[in-house]
Design a protein around this ligand. Structure first.
Ligand code: SF4
Length: 71
């Protein structure tokens, strides 16, 4: 296993829908391979698959996915 990379299902920008930060613009990084199987899980599609990306690639993607300060 390469400790400088992670398996990614998706990276996307949306509004936070949970917790004390609900409604705030947020960039989500969804990793692949959660080993738990919560009965209420709504992201079963992320249990398998995904693409391995370096930490540097993830950070680059975050820069391009994040809204600009004027948004
Ligand atoms: S809700 Fe889904 S992704 Fe979250 S810990 Fe449970 S099984 Fe894993």
């Amino acid at each position: 296993m390469n400790p400088t990379s992670v398996r990614i299902t998706e990276i996307f920008y949306s509004l936070q829908g949970e917790s004390s930060t609900v409604g705030l613009p947020t960039v989500f990084v969804r990793l692949t391979g959660c080993p738990l199987r919560c009965h209420y899980c709504d992201t079963e599609y992320a249990f398998y698959g995904g693409e391995r990306r370096s930490i540097e690639q993830v950070l680059d993607c975050l820069l391009y996915t994040s809204p600009s300060p004027r948004d």
